[in-house]
Write a protein that binds this ligand. Structure first.
Ligand SMILES: C[S@@+](CC[C@H](N)C(=O)[O-])C[C@H]1O[C@@H](n2cnc3c(N)ncnc32)[C@H](O)[C@@H]1O
Length: 218
């Protein structure tokens, strides 16, 4: 665990590279973007110039020059959200966004996750992560942090339990302070003679899979 000051924009080129790859692969014709952690808007300011067909919504919980001032986890808790691309470039952990998104998703979607490895004041870990790790909500963050790092794959593969498939997943070269993941989430194909999987329903338990998932190679 690393304890240091947070900054809005580190490794911009690495993040852009990952995003460009998915945008070229899946969204060359356009698409709708939710920039769920807009901050200064540096990443999508650049990407919108390169991919002008994209329709963009920015959100941030801080009162900056943002499109929507909101805790964007709430946007992803709503049913029938309209985005094809969701970017969760937060300082800390994206798992609250990810859990909501997985439980409400109803269309193929490209997702970017920044998983911060910098822990403020020794460790702030969401209750969502503590529950996924089987820890009580009262567990101090500094104790929960190292456990949560160990269940990374279980958190990432949560949608598979809900009838979705991670069609493509790529990780940019991990950095000391963060991991950068891009992935494509699509409904699992029904087996011949079977119905398509039902949409996920809320409320759901914390994202702990019944068995350890196997990591796919992109
Ligand atoms: C690393 S900065 C984002 C930088 C941004 N992607 C850019 O290109 O400039 C992280 C931002 O996420 C915002 N944030 C963190 N959690 C959030 C949440 N739950 N809802 C909305 N914004 C959030 C913070 O306020 C901060 O502005």
């Amino acid at each position: 665990m690393i304890t240091r000051k947070k900054t809005d924009n580190t490794n911009v080129e690495t993040k852009l590279h990952l995003r460009r790859h998915f945008l070229r692969t899946y969204h060359a014709e356009g698409g709708t973007v939710l920039d769920a952690c807009q901050g200064e808007g540096k990443l999508w300011g650049q990407l919108r110039q390169e991919f002008p067909a994209l329709r963009y919504t920015g959100a941030d919980m801080k009162p900056r020059a943002v499109g929507v001032m909101v805790d964007s986890r709430r946007l992803l808790a709503m049913r029938d959200w309209p985005w094809d691309i969701i970017d969760v470039d937060t300082y800390r952990e994206p798992w609250g966004h990810w859990q909501n998104l997985c439980e409400t998703v109803s269309r193929p979607v490209t997702v970017f996750l920044t998983i911060g490895l910098v822990r403020m004041a020794g460790g702030v870990v969401s209750n969502c992560c503590k529950r996924a790790a089987g820890l009580p909500d009262e567990t101090p963050g500094c104790l929960a942090a190292s456990v949560v790092d160990l269940i990374f794959n279980q958190l990432l593969w949560y949608p598979v339990r809900l009838g979705w498939q991670i069609e493509n997943v790529l990780e940019a070269t991990p950095r000391q302070r963060a991991r950068y993941i891009g992935l494509r989430l699509v409904p699992s194909r029904p087996a011949p003679g079977q119905k398509a999987p039902a949409k996920a329903r809320k409320p759901r338990p914390a994202p702990v899979p019944a068995t350890s998932p196997t990591r796919k190679t992109p």
